[in-house]
Design a protein around this ligand. Structure first.
Ligand code: PEP
Ligand code: MG
Length: 868
């Protein structure tokens, strides 16, 4: 039979799986010789046993903890249940993973009328004794007997009123004693301390299943089956009088990371009073003045703990009658800014290594550093929530079109662009918007991909909204109606839409961050490239550390107002000659853009994907837009209507797109290749070192690659011959259809690189349309039909398996192929870890995710023994 009960002298900090985080740290502090009130821990395994037995404590458990309890009594010099010399306990939960405040606690356990009298005599402080008892009744009734706390609050308020007392401090011993009798009439309280203890242990186990604990575990992906330990610890009292008190402190500033001991102290108060915030605590300097020896002990203890744990600690302490006690230590929660500063400082101070520092910084920390974030302490009036498509916080007034966005922006207003979905025509509005909110679309929809690329906050798939752009209002399921011009705030990190202007914490940058990124580069194997096509995005990407471009979606280069007209004219061309005229105009734009990219990415690879999206995405949809185009290019509106109709598809993401376009319209690819190669040769002439990698999208078989490679080779040789230059280039393929991955051995001989387009690969593996998935993914997540959105975090089981097959089978045919990923997963830390593990050479992600990817790639590579 496994041991179920451990004394604080029997464990260490490494036992948190068995003893819970709190218990393991109490053991560690006991081992360090710190003044920890003694106690014992009932293991998490016992909690699981309790649940398995249908909420029944193991028969022998009581015997086991009674042995431990005897030893605690010996150590504390007092006895549980003895009115002459009473020992009281706190009974607290403690899970293997920190779940602050989510489960239950009972303090002052072991009191009844007789023992309270005894406590009053022993301490000479009856007021304290009866106050302790009434606190115990309240907590016990609430946690064990499920009685609403409000019932007691009401009784207390009434009592105070009848006695003419205003504050708790006005209550005398007799007042508390009488209140206790009233409380006892409200509930059936067990008098026997041992029964109290048994019921409390059970209640703490049960509190693993309180709704708030379940929600917290869901939100933080904590395993439901872990269970909680129970910490039974001798009570010490901070509310014993003026030379008593309680406090919490951090060994460094948790907001800024500054090396500055920092905390709060509340004289004559129990620990729960500090947490509940009933009075305003004082700075620690107050303790230093009042009880200098105690302060010195606290100061020395925090220094010792930080050195021992090699991390910033969050500690709780109590002073009872001038004697100092430690009640808790744990790694302190901190802001993104603080986490980076502390990690870097601790390496400088010789406390941790560079790899350990890297493991201390979570992706959320980096995100909070790069984008303005909603202040976590601000009140939120949430009216809807959708998918957290692009992180950060943004406030602005509602606009319903890209044009309005531009106008209001020019007039100096911050705007939130609200659309049912976005299309390439909305780009100019998205560019100036503080945030984008759409009713439809998933995490890889147009709005999500484009906003992320621009670093603009976005929420997509907000299905509870009904947006009427023409009428200029949007309504929520709960009947809230928002109009044009109303102010809203988006939290692109959580997906929440809120009314009004909610406070934010601004993004920042620091030398420490650059130092940390430098270490990440030193300790990673995976290369990090950017998904970027505009010069601005490419420059931003390079500034953030991109080692090339892993995906240039050439179609994005034609969204500009002037260019889209030519693009449309090209698509609407009635014969090859007409098409070629427009193509040659497009070629010039394409050339100019490419030249810019080659200059910015001098000496680094630039992967250019040939045109991919279905052509109808470029065409106007509304009659007004069609009429305007008709006027611009001199084609009858009726004819344009007809072509738009012909090209429209029910499910465009599986239709006439990708290399299928090149098969039917090879001249489009020819134009693109000519533009790329002439730009590369111009770049060489200007002294740059372009490294173009031409990528073929949506391939399903090797014949497509051969056909398009012939087109590419022919164009390249013609251009290169005409210009008498030799251009280093590579040809590769996207791997984004299941058939391509399963036939990778056949594709291998024809390509030099393979880039996994996991947006499409996920879509096709699941059969979830990426543009429509936003409608049902939230429900899938809620119902636990899936654990994570597969468009956010790579599905390792099936999509990942296809990737692994593709790599191993292509390698068996040809060595030296470079493998990358350019789907949105390339910026997701969990997916990056997987990409590292399966041996990819690089990940490619939107510019603003590059720092996160650099750190995640390093974390994947360094020894994973550390935790955040
Ligand atoms: C992909 O499918 O993963 C990809 C990168 O291409 P796009 O998102 O442009 O379809
Ligand atoms: Mg794709």
């Amino acid at each position: 039979m496994a041991k179920r009960v451990y004394l604080f002298s029997e464990g260490t900090k490494d036992d948190s799986d068995l003893l819970g985080g709190k218990g393991a740290n109490l053991c560690e502090m006991t081992g360090l010789g710190l003044p920890v009130p003694f106690g014992f821990i009932i293991t998490t395994r016992t909690c699981r046993e309790y649940f398995q037995a249908g909420n029944k404590l193991p028969t022998l458990l009581e015997q086991e903890y009674r042995v431990a309890l005897d030893l605690v009594e010996g150590k504390m010099g007092a006895r549980f249940g003895d009115p002459e010399n009473p020992l009281l306990f706190s009974v607290r939960s403690g899970a293997p993973v920190s779940m602050p405040g989510m489960m239950n606690t009972i303090l002052n356990l072991g009191l009844n009328d007789e023992i309270t009298e005894g406590l009053a005599q022993k301490t000479g402080n009856p007021r304290f004794a009866w106050d302790s008892y009434r606190r115990f009744i309240q907590m016990f009734a609430n946690v064990v007997l499920d009685v609403e706390g409000g019932l007691f609050e009401k009784e207390l308020e009434q009592f105070k009123k009848t006695r003419g007392k205003v504050h708790d401090v006005d209550m005398q011993a007799d007042d508390w004693r009488e209140l206790v009798q009233r409380y006892k009439r409200l509930v059936d309280l067990p008098e026997d301390p041992f029964l109290q203890l048994k019921l409390a242990v059970e209640a703490v186990f049960r509190s693993w299943h309180t709704p708030r604990a379940i929600v917290y575990r869901e939100m933080n992906n904590i395993d439901e089956s872990l269970g909680t330990a129970v910490n039974v610890q001798a009570m010490v009292f901070g509310n014993f009088g003026d030379s008593s008190g309680s406090g919490v402190a951090f060994t460094r500033n948790p907001a800024t990371g500054d090396r500055q001991f920092f905390g709060e102290y509340l004289p004559n108060a129990a620990g729960e009073d500090v947490v509940a915030g009933i009075r305003t605590p004082l700075p620690l300097s107050a303790l230093e003045q009042q009880l200098p020896a105690v302060y010195q002990q606290l100061f020395d203890t925090q220094a010792l703990l930080e050195t021992h744990y090699r991390d910033m600690q969050d500690i709780e302490f109590t002073v009872q009658d001038g004697v100092f006690y430690m009640l808790q230590t744990r790694s302190g929660k901190r802001t993104g800014r603080a986490s980076i500063k502390i990690a870097v400082d601790m390496v400088r101070e010789g406390m941790i290594t560079e790899p350990q520092a890297l493991m201390r910084v979570s992706p959320e920390h980096v995100e909070a550093f790069l984008h303005p974030m909603i202040d976590p302490s601000a009140k939120r009036d949430i009216v809807a929530s959708g998918l957290p498509a692009s992180p950060g916080g943004a406030t602005g007034q509602i606009v319903f079109s890209a044009e309005e966005a531009e106008q209001e922006h020019t007039a100096g207003h911050s705007v939130i662009l609200v659309r049912r979905e976005t299309t390439p025509e909305d780009i100019h509005g998205m560019k100036v918007a503080a945030g984008v909110l759409t009713e439809l679309g998933g995490m890889t929809s147009h709005a999500a991909v484009v906003a992320r690329g621009m670093g603009v906050c976005a929420i997509t798939g907000c299905g509870s909204l009904t947006i009427d752009c023409d009428a200029g209002h949007v309504s929520t399921d709960d009947g809230v109606v928002l109009k044009r011009g109303d102010t809203i705030t988006l939290d692109g990190t959580s997906g929440e839409v809120m009314l009004g202007d909610i406070g934010k914490i601004e993004a920042s940058s620091s030398d420490d961050f650059q130092i940390l990124l430098g270490w990440a580069d030193k300790h990673r194997r995976l290369r990090v490239r950017a998904n970027a096509e505009t010069p601005e995005d490419a420059a931003k990407a390079r500034e953030l550390g991109a080692e090339g471009i892993g995906l240039c979606r050439t179609e994005h280069m034609f969204f500009d107002a002037e260019r889209i007209v030519i693009m449309r004219a090209m698509i609407l061309a009635e014969n090859d000659e007409e098409r070629c005229t427009y193509l040659s105009q497009l070629q010039q734009f394409q050339h100019d853009d490419m030249l810019e990219l080659f200059k910015i990415m001098d000496g680094l690879p630039v992967t250019i994907r040939l045109l991919d999206p279905p052509l109808h995405e470029f065409l106007p949809q509304s009659s007004d837009d069609i009429n305007a185009l008709s006027e611009r290019i001199g084609k009858p509106a009726r004819q344009i209507h007809e072509i738009v109709e012909n090209l429209s598809e029910i499910n465009p993401m599986l239709g006439f797109r990708g290399c299928r376009l090149a098969v039917v319209f090879p001249e489009i690819n020819e134009m693109q290749v000519k533009a790329i190669i002439s730009a590369a040769s111009d770049a060489i002439a200007l002294g740059y070192r372009p490294l173009p990698e031409i990528m073929i999208p949506l391939v399903v078989n090797v014949r497509e690659i051969r056909l398009i490679t012939r087109i590419i080779d022919k164009c390249i040789h013609e251009t290169a011959r005409a210009r008498a230059v030799s251009i280093p280039y590579k040809i590769g393929t996207m791997m984004e259809t299941p058939r391509a991955t399963l036939g990778a051995d056949r594709l291998a001989p024809e390509v030099e690189f393979m880039s996994f387009g996991t947006n499409d690969l996920t879509q096709m593996t699941y059969g979830f349309s990426r543009d429509d998935a936003g409608k049902f993914i939230p429900k899938y997540l809620k119902e636990k039909l899936i654990d994570l959105d597969p468009f956010v975090s790579l599905d390792q089981r099936a999509v990942g398996r296809l990737m692994k097959i593709a790599i191993s089978e292509s390698k068996s045919k040809k060595q030296g192929i470079k493998y990358g990923i350019c789907g949105e997963h390339g910026g997701d830390p969990r997916s990056i870890q997987f990409c590292h593990d399966i041996g990819l050479d690089y990940v490619s992600c939107s510019p603003f995710r590059i720092p996160i990817a650099r750190i995640a790639a390093a974390q994947a590579n360094v020894d994973g023994n550390q935790t955040y």
